[in-house]
Design a protein around this ligand. Structure first.
Ligand code: PLP
Length: 394
């Protein structure tokens, strides 16, 4: 019999009832070190006092207002994003998938508005993940996500990751609206696009006029030690998708864009019932105030260095388990030799939570404010998890 929850997830038999900082407690009283943070969502860990305060304060005032009215919390968060990024304007969503939908619509509308509606094709890359809507699965193109869901939304071409010649050729076609890319592929296995490639993509888009869309749903909001990952490369997109960390655990996403890219999105062209609600935006603004602070980001970088050093030590100590460490800041991956899922399971036994990704990588996406003590504890638990796999293989 089908369970009451649609069985689209293979869930671990762990049930958590309480969280604080980087720790989660199960209903049977065990304490787990959370290095997954809800897949890069709990940017400030669990039950951060400032976010609890903002949530409860706003909950006592007003939760939801239609976008038919002014929402000051929304304006405040939009102003913060505009102030801290390349963007001139922001639309709020509830998830990364919805941000993908709008990014695609905005790029197509941009060309339609310029009298070139045939420029509707979006170029993407293998290993990408942009969400689970019809547009987002067509954008990523992997059979795992698209099988059985055809006909796929047309107008997407998925190019081989890292193949510059094929990209140049594809981008020269007359129907290209935009190039959509994650500066660091998350689900794809923490595959970092080198700065030179991000710069190359910017140049290519400047040459052809195509819009450049960065999907910073997973790598944004301080995760890499800059507020947004593309800042490391010193280039900016025309449109950026945001979600996950921006809400610190509250469902919140956004699309940030330049005025030129967004100009055709006039009244009535897009909307959302919940997107930009006062609760979400009040929390988002608090998250951004904390994470966007230079001193906070400096700490993320320092901690990222400490965690990375310990992970390099683990790779050296367990050559049969680990191949390498990848990633930037606190978006790190351990490329494994045995199945990545086995390391995740061994982690459960050692009461540490990690997240598997493609390319046989285990992701570490801890809270950005993880303590030095918890970083040491993370390494100790992962060391024991790796030892379990060695014992099992012996
Ligand atoms: C890079 C990227 N884009 C988009 C999404 C989709 O976001 P959501 O699950 O909030 O719809 C994700 C989710 O993992 C993601 O990692």
């Amino acid at each position: 019999m089908i369970p009451s929850i649609l069985p689209t997830y293979n869930r671990a038999p762990l049930s958590f009832e309480k969280g604080a900082g980087s720790w989660l407690w199960t209903t049977d009283g065990r304490r787990f070190l959370d290095l997954g943070a809800g897949i890069a969502v709990n940017a400030l860990g669990h039950a951060h006092p400032a976010l609890v305060e903002t949530l409860t304060e706003q909950a006592g005032k007003v939760w939801h207002l239609s976008n038919l009215f002014e929402i000051p919390q929304q304006t405040r968060l939009a102003d913060l994003i505009v102030d801290k990024t390349f963007a001139d304007t922001v639309f709020f969503t509830n998830s990364g998938t919805e941000s993908c939908e709008l990014a695609v619509k905005m790029a197509r509308r941009y060309w339609s508005d310029r009298g070139a509606p045939e420029r509707s094709r979006i170029l993407t890359f293998t290993g990408a993940f942009h969400g689970r809507s019809s547009a987002a699965i067509a954008a990523a193109g992997s059979e795992k996500m698209t099988k059985g869901f055809g006909p796929l939304l047309p107008g997407f071409t998925v190019l081989p990751f890292g193949d510059h010649d094929t990209l140049r050729e594809a981008a020269a076609a007359p129907d290209i609206a935009a190039i959509l890319v994650e500066p660091i592929q998350g689900e794809g296995g923490i595959r970092v696009l080198p700065d030179v490639c991000l710069k190359g993509l910017r140049d290519l888009c400047d040459e052809t006029g195509a819009l450049l869309i960065f999907d910073e749903v997973q790598c944004g909001v301080g995760r890499t030690g800059k507020l947004f990952a593309h800042e490391w490369a010193g280039v900016a997109p025309d449109i950026m998708m945001i979600a996950k960390g921006i809400g610190g655990g509250f469902p919140l996403g956004a699309v940030a864009a330049t005025e030129a890219a967004a100009r055709a999105m006039t009244a009535g062209t897009h909307g959302s019932t919940y997107g930009g609600n006062p609760l979400g935006c009040a929390i988002g603004a608090r998250v951004l105030e904390i994470v966007g602070d230079d001193a906070f980001l400096a700490e993320v970088n320092r901690k990222a260095g400490a965690l990375r050093q310990r992970l390099e030590g683990l790779v050296a100590a367990h050559p049969e388990v680990f191949e390498e460490v990848r990633g930037t800041g606190l978006m790190l991956g351990l490329k494994c030799k045995p199945p990545a899922a086995d390391l995740v399971a061994a982690g459960y036994a050692e009461e540490v939570l990690t997240v598997a990704a493609a390319d046989n990588v285990v992701r570490l996406l801890p809270a950005l404010n993880i303590s030095d003590e918890d970083i040491a504890e993370a390494a100790a638990r992962l060391d024991r998890a790796a030892a379990r796999l060695e014992t099992a293989a012996a």
